[in-house]
Each structure stands twice: as C-alpha cells, then as structure tokens.
Design a protein around this ligand. Sequence first.
Ligand SMILES: Nc1ccn([C@@H]2O[C@H](COP(=O)(O)O)[C@@H](O)[C@H]2O)c(=O)n1
Ligand SMILES: C[C@@]1(CO)OP(=O)(O)OP(=O)(O)OC[C@H]1O
Length: 159
Amino acid sequence: MIRVGQGFDVHAFAEGRKCIIGGVDIPFEKGLLGHSDADVLLHAVADAVLGAMGLGDIGKHFPDTDPAFKDADSMKLLEHVWGLARERGYSLGNADCTVIAQRPKMAPHIESMVANIARALGAEPSQVNVKATTSEKLGFTGREEGIAAMATVCLTKLP
Ligand SMILES: Nc1ccn([C@@H]2O[C@H](COP(=O)(O)O)[C@@H](O)[C@H]2O)c(=O)n1
Ligand SMILES: C[C@@]1(CO)OP(=O)(O)OP(=O)(O)OC[C@H]1O
C-alpha cells in the first residue's frame, strides 16, 4: 500500500530567537517565533507524515497550549510522529521538501537538513530531498517577515 501526505507551515521572524530549520541552527540576525523551536521545515514534514496516515496535524498531537511543548525540539516531535508511523508498519518511500525564504541562504545547510530528516524518519539520505527558493522579494517571505515550508511524503506498507 502507498499513502501520500502533504504539509505546509509558516513561522514569523522575531528578534532574539534561534533560526532552526530542518534541525540546523542557522546563524542569522533573527530567528523564528513559535511555541516550540519553530522549525518550520520539520513541522511541514511532520504534518505530511500525519496527513499520509490520516492522523490530523501537529497542532492536534502537540497543542500549542501545552507547556510541555514550550521551546520543544522539533526533531523530537518528528521522531514521535515517525514512531506512530512505525507502529502502523509504514516505511518511508521518499520525502520532498521546499523552504521558501528570501534569506538566510539554505544551500550550505541542505545536506545537514537532509541527514536530520532521514535520521528522524528511519530512512537513508537518498530518500529525502530538500530544496530552497526565494519568492523573488514578493509577499511575506520576500519582505523577510517569515519563512514557509512545504513537504510531500510517500509512505509504503506491505499488505
Ligand atoms: N533561502 C534560499 C533561497 C534560495 N536558495 C538557493 O538559491 C537558488 C536560487 O533561488 P531562486 O529563488 O532565485 O530561484 C535556489 O535554487 C536555491 O538553491 C537558497 O540556498 N536559500
Ligand atoms: C509545534 C507546535 C507545538 O506546540 O508549536 P509551534 O512552534 O507554534 O508550531 P506550529 O507550526 O504553529 O504548530 C503546532 C504547535 O502545536
């Protein structure tokens, strides 16, 4: 059986916060605002995995009203989501992701992001692809007010 899921997330920039994307702490003049560590890419991947299983979204599994998730490490959240997939007998087929950010530059960090996502999903780096694009200075990402990320995953399960 094959199941496909998609995820989309946005986090606003804020002063005095870390800029953690795909599990990589990227040196930048501002960071991302959220209840957790605001890792916009890992949240999109987690939502894609949950979507593929028909299990809702990360807001349902990790409510932003729960102090337990204050400044939570999103690698841990994604690992928890992948535990739900493993329990149900799923393996990763592949994941394809896009980060939409005017700045900072993702290219130097893509390999580490891929390695982090692959590790969390019990997969090989060759099964994970991370892309980045600016939005040509258009919209909230172009004005550097925040970052968006999208992910699509394909899960497989033997019958
Ligand atoms: N935050 C970003 C945005 C883009 N990149 C890389 O630059 C390439 C060109 O981006 P365009 O938006 O002009 O198409 C893109 O393909 C990415 O490889 C990046 O590293 N970080
Ligand atoms: C991840 C959670 C965890 O509390 O908090 P945020 O960092 O605010 O992230 P968001 O993408 O808004 O999703 C759901 C939240 O519940």
